[in-house]
Design a protein around this ligand. Structure first.
Ligand SMILES: NC(=O)c1ccc[n+]([C@@H]2O[C@H](COP(=O)([O-])OP(=O)(O)OC[C@H]3O[C@@H](n4cnc5c(N)ncnc54)[C@H](O)[C@@H]3O)[C@@H](O)[C@H]2O)c1
Length: 318
């Protein structure tokens, strides 16, 4: 398959580039390097491109004629989205609308979209399945939900077929040690804990210790980035293997760990202590997010290999 991997210079995209290439696919990364790193694109071709740039996108679709597009490019910091919503709606929603238009113009109708647990807002029940009500509580989640809604209309009107994957928390690194999570600023818990462990930060902050959870800190569901990569390939194979309909899947492990538990696990695994500060809550953080991935398991054969949190943490430490 010839795959456009948009946002392939980012954390998750770069892991997909590697796995897709290793599976014999032709991979072309399109990225504007706003949060990604060119040296994370270890395989295939790299094309500098902003998804807002219709002319450049058109030129690339005409040159390569890809079989499918995997779309990872977005801004994804919840707190930032609450203070600068324009940035999020413009890049995540308007940018994707532009991309979809160019895809239809070029008769490319297979699309994989990175969505998020943030489309659900505060859960009404746990674990969260695909039919759970969608009431996002921050512009980031809203910007992604709007794309999900646009996709339904592009399918009805133009026959665009898509698989939406809503990830909960992607974590870990590829065991080659060649790829890493390198967000700047970093806002994800596990890389922040590792930075603290390494002495790159003085302390790790816990944002909110008064949530209605067992130890008062937020509970999240972690999925290893290589398991995410694998199920994306299964998704694109599903789309290209016949006249298959569009699908939406939640992806997680089905297990939740609190912020305090993760910190204690890292301390336990490494035998090292570090400074932890209890800070104020951040705006837009639901107390508990745990996925039900039953549908992906049943329909796509999603089968995480690194499904124990200790093993996910070890891939970061190693
Ligand atoms: N990391 C997670 O835990 C997580 C959880 C749920 C959903 N997601 C979604 O997964 C996707 C990838 O996340 P990530 O953590 O790898 O993020 P990332 O910031 O590491 O990667 C995003 C990539 O997209 C590129 N990009 C951004 N805007 C662009 C534009 N206008 N044109 C071209 N390229 C552009 C960036 O340069 C970067 O390489 C995002 O859509 C995010 O919303 C991530």
């Amino acid at each position: 398959m010839k795959l456009f991997i948009i946002g392939g210079a980012g954390y998750i995209g770069s892991h997909i580039v590697k796995l897709a290439y290793e599976n014999g696919h032709e991979v072309i990364t399109l990225d504007n390097l706003s949060t990604g790193h060119k040296d994370s694109v270890l395989y295939g071709k790299f094309e500098y491109c902003d998804i807002q740039d219709s002319n450049r996108l058109n030129e690339l679709f005409k040159n390569y004629n890809p079989d499918a597009v995997m779309h990872f490019s977005a801004y994804s910091i919840v707190g930032e989205s609450t203070i600068d919503p324009y940035k999020y709606y413009y890049n995540n929603t308007v940018g994707t609308l532009n991309l979809l238009k160019i895809m239809i113009d070029n008769d490319c109708k297979n699309f994989i979209f990175s969505s998020t647990a943030a489309v659900f807002g505060n859960p009404e029940y746990i674990p969260i399945d695909e039919t759970h009500p969608k009431n996002p509580i921050n512009p980031y989640g809203k910007s992604k939900l709007m794309v999900e809604q646009m996709l339904e209309d592009f399918d009805s009107a133009h026959g665009l077929k898509y698989v939406v994957f809503r990830y909960f928390n992607a974590a870990g690194h590829d065991k080659s040690g060649k790829l890493a999570e390198r967000h700047d600023p970093e806002t994800h818990l596990l890389p922040l804990v590792i930075q603290t462990l390494n002495g790159q930060r003085e302390s790790i902050s816990i944002y909110g210790s008064d949530y209605d959870t067992k130890d008062g800190t937020c509970i999240r569901d972690y999925i290893h980035v290589n398991d995410l990569a694998q199920v994306h390939l299964q998704g694109v194979e599903y789309l290209l293997s016949g006249d298959n309909g569009s699908k939406v899947y939640n992806l997680g492990s089905g297990n939740g760990f609190s912020v305090k538990e993760i910190i204690e696990k890292v301390k336990g695994i490494t035998g090292k202590d570090f400074k932890v500060i209890e800070d104020e809550r951040r705006e837009g953080d639901p107390a508990v997010l745990i996925a039900s991935s039953k549908r992906a398991k049943k329909e796509l054969g999603f089968s995480p290999k690194i499904d124990k949190i200790d093993d996910i943490i070890r891939t970061l430490i190693n």
